[in-house]
Design a protein around this ligand. Structure first.
Ligand SMILES: [Zn+2]
Length: 117
């Protein structure tokens, strides 16, 4: 009767790897926030550039991309806390270490993201 051996560390989101992940996601979230603030400041500040529609749309596009990234990071932090981190938000399957290593905020497995495009 040695059931103690079967405790899964995965069940403790903030311990071990979970803490590293938390830091990684949190650090990136902070730099994305900074980038959003910076790019919105330069958007209202530089009137020379504001007169050029092409550069303005590039900035809007960049802002949208940053906002999207921020949402994804927030979502990953939420899931890390609730313990569902690493599982596909569509089918519930394990996303996979390789994909999570590539993008720690990934919320959808390869199969579902291919279906979605
Ligand atoms: Zn999936």
């Amino acid at each position: 009767m040695n059931t103690n051996d079967k405790i899964h560390l995965v069940d403790i989101p903030m311990g071990g790897n979970g803490g590293l992940l938390w830091n990684r996601l949190h650090d990136e979230r902070e730099s994305v926030c900074e980038a959003i603030v910076k790019s919105s400041q330069s958007m209202s500040g530089a009137d020379l550039e504001a007169n050029r529609p092409s550069s303005r749309s590039t900035k809007h596009w960049r802002q949208a991309l940053l906002q999207e990234r921020l949402r994804k990071l927030d979502n990953a932090l939420d899931r890390l806390m609730s313990g569902s981190y690493g599982h596909c938000s569509k089918c519930g399957q394990w996303i996979g270490d390789a994909l999570l290593e590539f993008d720690a905020a990934e919320a959808i497995c390869l199969g579902c993201s291919e279906l979605g495009h």
